[in-house]
Design a binder for this molecule. Structure first.
Ligand code: DCP
Ligand code: CA
Length: 435
């Protein structure tokens, strides 16, 4: 046990990892020990920490019952009424009017997520975060030094409970596929280990939709072949699956046998950064669209600067009232992370798109791609762009401290009269943009 906490020391960690690498190279692939850790009812659990009166009750995070959105997270008590993530709030209210509906606050979830990932990173550098509240860890070869993987999983659960005050479920197996299915079956607050060699047996009784590449279309095709469980799928001949499902047939058969060689990969730098929002009401109000575009451009610019990157391509996205979506891109002469440049290009693309098609807009987004590191930039920049970039950095510092609305710039000023604020930030229908 005491050995374990030595992992907090980064110098020691690198020595230990060298040892792990040595034992990994002599280790049979089949003996991998992969963990999938997933926080239970994440958004709801964070709200319950802040307000313990919500514990043990049907709670929904996503919005007020009359709102246009969907359920983002439902407590297990709410799930007993048939509520699930993605269900419209109206249906959720109809099924369970006594549920407590909360709009939620994304910065709180982002903060809890960062603390969760930091705990996991103390256990292994072979860590792959997936989304906001789940991650894979590869603990292959750790047993001789740190004891059983089961014991390590219990310590991980305990640390999360002690430090973040919420519960996590963990699956342990030889692959990502089986570990994820195991954590899902263990929910809530569970731990399930699938022994090496038992993967096929474990999966056999489960419905095919548990496999990652089986969506509604694939499910229909497989059901058409008389297959409803993973065991039945595993028993089918591969040529038959290939003939019916194409090349995916072979991959899906391997999954059904519990074979999945995907590695736990530490995250790569993002290839693009974008922000978008859906409106409460569809609109064609040009000044409003421009104000939102300014706000979204500032969010993209701030993220680029936070990551120390610049972009050479700017893309505007629009979704019209009929759900038809378009994207329009422009490549820049010089890479930049200046809000003004991102917004300037976005506005030109917006004007053009609105001229070509005058229809109510449901969603607007702006993205930056073809990213490079800031230091790679040659200093050919126009001095006005350099000035903008310096100004942006000064504004970032103030906003990080006092919130977005502490400083507002010309074109986004109309937002002041449209959106309410909370702790110095606008409250958007898209919770992740409420700051
Ligand atoms: N989320 C969301 N919209 C969705 C699904 C999820 O905003 N359609 C958010 C809210 C969830 C979080 O992501 O709390 C994590 O998603 P999960 O699918 O892991 O769901 P939960 O953590 O809420 O529940 P579970 O206990 O099933 O993991
Ligand atoms: Ca979760």
């Amino acid at each position: 046990m005491s050995d374990f906490f030595e992992l907090r020391d980064s110098q020691h960690l690198s020595v230990i990892c060298e040892k792990m690498k040595a034992s990994l190279s002599t280790c049979n692939r089949k003996e991998r020990r992969i963990l999938h850790v997933d926080l239970d009812a994440f958004f709801v659990s964070v709200e319950q920490v802040l307000n313990p009166a919500l514990r043990g009750k049907p709670v929904v995070v996503g919005g007020e019952p009359g709102a246009r959105g969907v359920v983002a997270s439902a407590s297990y008590e709410a799930r007993a009424y048939g509520l699930y993530a993605g269900m419209s709030l109206t249906t959720a209210y109809r099924l369970c009017p006594e549920a407590i509906f909360i709009r939620g606050s994304f910065p709180r979830y982002r903060d809890a997520s960062a603390r969760f990932m930091a705990i996991l990173a103390e256990f292994t550098p072979y860590l792959e975060p997936v989304g906001i509240d789940e991650a894979y860890l590869d603990l292959t070869g750790f047993e001789p030094v740190y004891g059983s993987t089961w014991g390590t999983a219990l310590r991980i659960k305990q640390r999360i409970r002690d430090e973040i005050k919420i519960t996590a479920s963990v699956g342990i197996a030889t692959s990502k596929l089986v570990a994820k299915i195991a954590s899902d079956m263990a929910k809530p607050d569970g731990l399930l280990e699938v022994a090496t060699g038992e993967e096929r047996l474990f999966l056999a009784p489960l419905p095919i939709v548990k496999l990652p590449c089986v969506g509604p279309k694939m499910e229909r095709s497989l059901k058409g072949m008389g297959v409803t469980t993973i065991g039945e799928l595993a028993n089918l001949p591969v040529p038959l699956l290939k003939a019916n499902l194409g090349p995916l047939g072979e991959a899906i058969h391997r999954y059904a046998l519990g074979i999945d060689e995907r590695k736990v990969e530490p995250p790569q730098a993002a290839k693009s950064i974008s922000r978008e929002t859906t409106f409460i009401e569809d609109t064609l109000d040009y000044n409003f669209l421009k104000a939102i575009l300014r706000y979204l451009s500032e969010r993209v610019g701030a993220e680029l600067r936070r990551e120390g990157r610049k972009a050479r391509c700017v893309t505007l996205k629009l979704r019209y009232a009929d759900f038809d979506s378009i994207t329009r891109s422009r490549t820049l002469r010089e890479a930049t992370n200046a809000d003004q440049v991102i917004f300037g290009v976005g506005v030109v693309l917006l004007e053009k798109a609105l001229c070509q098609r005058r229809q109510l807009v449901r969603l607007i987004g702006i993205g930056a791609s073809s990213l490079i590191g800031e230091q790679k930039q040659l200093s050919l920049l126009d001095s006005s762009i350099e000035r903008w970039e310096r100004l942006d950095r000064a504004i970032d510092r103030i906003r990080n401290r006092y919130g977005f609305t502490a400083i507002q710039r010309g074109q986004s000023l109309p937002l002041k009269d449209i959106f309410s604020t909370e702790n110095g930030d606008y409250v958007f229908a898209t919770p992740s943009l409420s700051r």
